[in-house]
Design a protein around this ligand. Structure first.
Ligand code: RB5
Length: 167
């Protein structure tokens, strides 16, 4: 009986899973793979991997564009994770996709507060900057922290107004 309930608890409907779009260039490939493994172990996520799938050299803009569109072109809430060598190029590219608020972070506090205050929808990290342990902690807090709203909503709306040319 106990086992039965345990099994039931472990059954997750696809609709209950939090949707994650993940991607990296060659500089972030290994970090992406390690984050994916971590999220699969934690469970509760439906992860779509937009590449790259090896350490062969690729251009980060293409991956940023795919993940940016996945995050913004959906009726469901989808959060993104992007990695390149520094996290910088891929975040710059992602932020050119309308509706993306990508934050390049290399510390836990920023990964948390960019959700609380900026309603960031993509976390970017550098595979040559942060180690896998810290990256997992940053991913966990980013994915589990809700936007605070309030005065921060006004500021996020101002970012959107700049994007729309209405500021
Ligand atoms: C690729 O060598 C590297 O330039 C890229 O991964 C990233 O760090 C760019 O910002």
């Amino acid at each position: 009986m106990r086992y039965y309930f345990k099994k039931l608890k472990n059954l997750e409907k696809a609709s209950d899973l939090m949707k994650i779009a993940i991607g990296a260039d060659h500089g972030g490939y290994e970090l992406k793979e390690s984050i994916k493994k971590h999220l699969e172990e934690v469970g509760g996520y439906e992860i779509t991997d937009y590449g790259t799938h090896s350490t062969d050299s690729v251009d980060y803009a293409e991956i940023a564009f795919k993940v940016g569109n996945a995050v913004t072109n959906s009726d469901e809430k989808i959060l993104g994770i992007l990695c390149c060598g520094t996290g910088i190029g891929i975040s710059m590219a992602a932020n050119k996709v309308k509706g993306v608020r990508a934050a390049c972070c290399s510390d836990y506090f920023s990964a948390k507060f960019t959700r609380l205050h900026n309603d960031a929808n993509i976390l970017c990290m550098g595979g040559r900057v942060v180690g896998p342990g810290l990256a997992n902690e940053m991913v966990d807090v980013f994915l589990s922290t809700e936007f605070e709203g309030g005065r921060h909503q006004r500021r996020v709306d101002q970012i959107t107004a700049i994007e729309n040319g209405t500021f």
